[in-house]
Design a protein around this ligand. Structure first.
Ligand code: SF4
Length: 454
């Protein structure tokens, strides 16, 4: 057996892609290892969203080079692969700056990985960053059940990739290409395979997941709402989630699905990015702050207990103190259960990087601090609001202390309970006893109290 080590950075799409790369290489005799020094193939599955992403990859490659040298000293060969969005953005430049790399492969070409690995046996430095016409999902095998990459009870399933929105701060349309949706039959078949492998919660993912428009078995174009209704019929799948959504694509059908489907969890990650219409326009978001407020109102009237999450960028070029105050106002009005917030940092090749009025670092840092303090207050308040309630918890893994199990509420909050006869994969009603800073603590309804310290 040959060993494969994959390190994934960034979004859920990359976590999913790592699984599919492992599945693609499994028929070639590869099994995964958690130790890069033990690996015949090391894959860095990179992300381009964060600042200095490429530089971080190059410094990681320095560490991989040392491992490769040590293994070569012991007579063992190591192939090094750079995959993901940095591979797509940098291409052959990676081979020039890091000769340790054998293969550079973009996200649209993972199905070709076995062939690229074989080419790398004969050639120095192989690059594949094309956007091929064939559907990579058709060519990516889903390994037979015993070999299916261990995904636990909660798994991601890609249903859509790419983006046509061109927000001016974002590299995704350039690294992942135009929006493509997978046909319904393929998504359902993959969901069934995951369920057979013991998965009880499926999060369908896409860079613009609610723009989903896959071909249905009836020849019609299916929306995300319709797809979720079909996935809710897959036996053994108890929970469905989706991410990441764009406000412009929150249609009535999807909102109605939240009211109708018990399996669709009451949690919505809906990035707004900013609360000022002027800044939203400069970001090319093509929605206003009031549009966002109206969507939240509609979603809440369909599912009153829904937990909302969002992304924020502070200090976009031209953002004034008044613009930033609009963001704070929106946060105060909406109320979020969780959120991701970042300082704007220019991405080479995006229109935002060329804009005048770049905001000084210290101003961005100070605004981010204020925004995060407010969001953290809201997160803690939301968690405290769950104390005393009984909620279903899907048990996902061992807890922090022996005998404990950890899982998630419908609102995606982490919970620790005493195991006591329950198993990973069980869906258990849990009474929440208290809220720690990052986890809730509870007892199975009618079960023993959790005694360990937070
Ligand atoms: S909608 Fe999302 S993925 Fe698409 S360009 Fe905007 S931020 Fe990037």
């Amino acid at each position: 057996m040959k060993k494969l080590f994959i390190k994934s950075y960034g979004c859920q799409m990359n976590v999913y892609d790592a699984g599919r790369m492992a599945d693609a290489l499994a028929p070639e005799g590869f099994i995964e290892t958690a130790d890069p020094a033990d690996a015949d193939v090391v894959i860095l599955n990179t992300c381009h969203i964060r600042e200095k992403a490429a530089e971080k990859v190059y410094s990681e490659l320095g560490r991989v080079r040392r491992i490769k040298q040590e293994r070569a000293g012991a007579g063992r060969d190591t192939k090094v692969v750079v995959a993901g969005c940095v591979a797509q953005a940098e291409g052959a430049e990676i081979l020039r700056r890091a000769p340790v790399v054998d293969v550079v492969v973009g996200p649209q070409s993972y199905h070709r990985l076995p062939a690229l690995m074989k080419r790398a046996e004969r050639e120095r430095g192989v690059v594949d960053t094309e956007f091929p016409v064939e559907d990579k999902f058709d060519h990516l095998p889903l390994a037979p059940r015993p070999k299916l990459r261990a995904r636990g009870v909660s798994a991601f399933l890609t249903i859509q990739e790419g983006c046509d929105k061109f927000c001016t701060f974002c590299v995704v349309p350039y690294t992942r290409g135009a929006e493509v949706s997978r046909p319904v039959a393929k998504v359902v078949a993959e969901a069934e395979r995951l369920a057979e492998a013991g998965v009880r919660e499926i999060t369908v993912i896409g860079q613009n997941v609610n723009a989903y428009h896959g071909e249905g078995p009836d020849g019609a174009t299916w929306s995300l709402g319709r797809l979720l209704r079909r996935l809710a019929e897959v036996p053994c799948v108890a929970r469905l989630r989706y991410t990441t959504s764009h406000p412009r694509d929150m249609d009535d059908d999807l909102i109605a699905a939240h009211a109708e489907l018990p399996a669709l969890m009451p949690y919505l990650h809906l990035p707004v990015q900013a609360g000022s219409d002027r800044i939203l326009e400069a970001m090319n978001r093509r929605h206003t702050a009031d549009d966002y407020r109206r969507i939240v109102e509609r979603v809440r009237s369909a599912r009153p207990d829904i937990a909302l999450s969002s992304d924020f960028i502070v200090g976009f070029p031209g953002e004034t103190e008044e613009d930033f105050a609009e963001t704070l106002r929106l946060v105060e009005e909406v109320g979020f259960a969780s959120a991701f917030s970042f300082k704007y940092s220019p991405r080479p090749g995006t229109p935002g990087a060329e804009l005048d009025g770049q905001v000084p670092e210290e101003v961005k840092a100070e605004r981010l601090q204020r925004l995060q303090a407010l969001l953290e207050e809201q997160r803690q308040a939301f968690n405290r609001g769950t104390v005393g309630r009984t909620v279903d918890v899907l048990l996902e893994k061992p807890g922090r202390h022996p005998g404990q199990l950890a899982g998630k509420t419908p609102y995606l909050q982490a919970v620790q309970i005493e195991g006591g006869g329950r198993a990973i994969g069980d869906l258990v009603p849990v009474r929440i006893l208290r809220a720690g800073s990052n986890s809730l603590f509870g007892e199975p309804a009618g079960g023993p109290a959790l005694t360990a310290a937070a």
